[in-house]
Design a protein around this ligand. Sequence first.
Ligand SMILES: *[C@@H]1O[C@H](CO)[C@@H](O)[C@H](O)[C@H]1NC(C)=O
Ligand SMILES: *[C@@H]1O[C@H](CO)[C@@H](O)[C@H](O)[C@H]1NC(C)=O
Length: 381
Amino acid sequence: MRAIAQRRGALALALALLAAATSARQTAAHARARSALSRAAPAGRRAAVRFSAVDARRDDELGPLHPTVQWLPPLGSEGPDEGSAEGSITLPIFPLGSVCYLPFTSHGLNIFEPRYRALYNDILFNGSRRFVVTMVDPLTGRLAKTGVVFYLDELKEVSEQTGDSVKFVCQHSVIGCVEIERVLNPQVWRTRETYLKARVRQRTEPCEPDAPPCPLETEVAAAMERVVALQAETNEMPRFTRGMLKALNVSRAPGGEALWRTVGLWHALQEQRVLSVQAQMQADISKRVVDHLKAKGKAIEGGQVRLEDLPPDVRADLARIQEGYRAQLEELAHAPYGEPFQLLLQADGHEERLALFLEMVNGEAERLARRASLQKLFDKS
Ligand SMILES: *[C@@H]1O[C@H](CO)[C@@H](O)[C@H](O)[C@H]1NC(C)=O
Ligand SMILES: *[C@@H]1O[C@H](CO)[C@@H](O)[C@H](O)[C@H]1NC(C)=O
């Protein structure tokens, strides 16, 4: 399948990884900048498929009480149109893969496909400057019912500089959350003659400035503190700084902004972890190959080695290295890609979202606690 849009900044993302921020403000800004750089290196996206497959299995085992992602019917198999509900509007849809985008983040996209050039032309022409981005189920291709609204902040026409391989470079802010009621032209998904449009309903969080703080807020804060302490104890990289805790706020601020910003930090950390594990694996693989070449007295030419030129024992070692890391990657159950974050997006209000987020943070605390006790065991022996 042809990629719809290239994501920018994957490299910068990887480099930002190890630069631990020093102050709370900086940590927050970094995380925001990182999520602004959009999500996925191709390898990460491949991993996404596996993670959501794992999650889907677990959901089945846990039964109907555990929330699962709400998907629209497969495109082209919609039931009869029941007409539009009050307050619904029509917006273009731009599905961007099996990734969940979060409110209060910003993202860059490179646009080259003709149907999406048309989309940008249309939303600029009528001044609405917005479209809906929703997650695609990696297993079935269905669209998630809950998506976010991308607002076009800036568009640069770059056909000349790129020899027409990229037409527009666009910057967007995520300004809201919608529920998709109905895709109006599902047939164009297959033909690609134009972009999808849907009738959507704005989802607004009730604004209750006087509502008492939800007890779960304290629990989330405590769980985050535990994670930060365990990260330091186990020397986890990447990790949050202690200063980050000061910036932490999961209160019921208008529109849920405070909680979303914290979720954004969490998301950025998980994203960095996946990249970090991948980088370590790459380094181990290179080291094994270089050791082999050195032992054979061979020069390393231009860093290019073909797998089929390596002897069986080295190849077996490489397979073992990959296998070892695969377990680690699978352990990243709340990887930044896909379903866990989509569940937060579709959650019905502040409390439900807090409960889901608490589960994520507690899961991570447990993982780190297991690691800490393992390390202690090794230290003793
Ligand atoms: C602007 O154009 C888009 C794409 O055709 C459409 O979905 C949207 O409803 C239009 N908005 C307004 C305000 O006309
Ligand atoms: C969190 O943010 C809200 C709204 O911006 C504010 O009223 C509240 O005092 C903040 N809480 C903490 C602990 O900083």
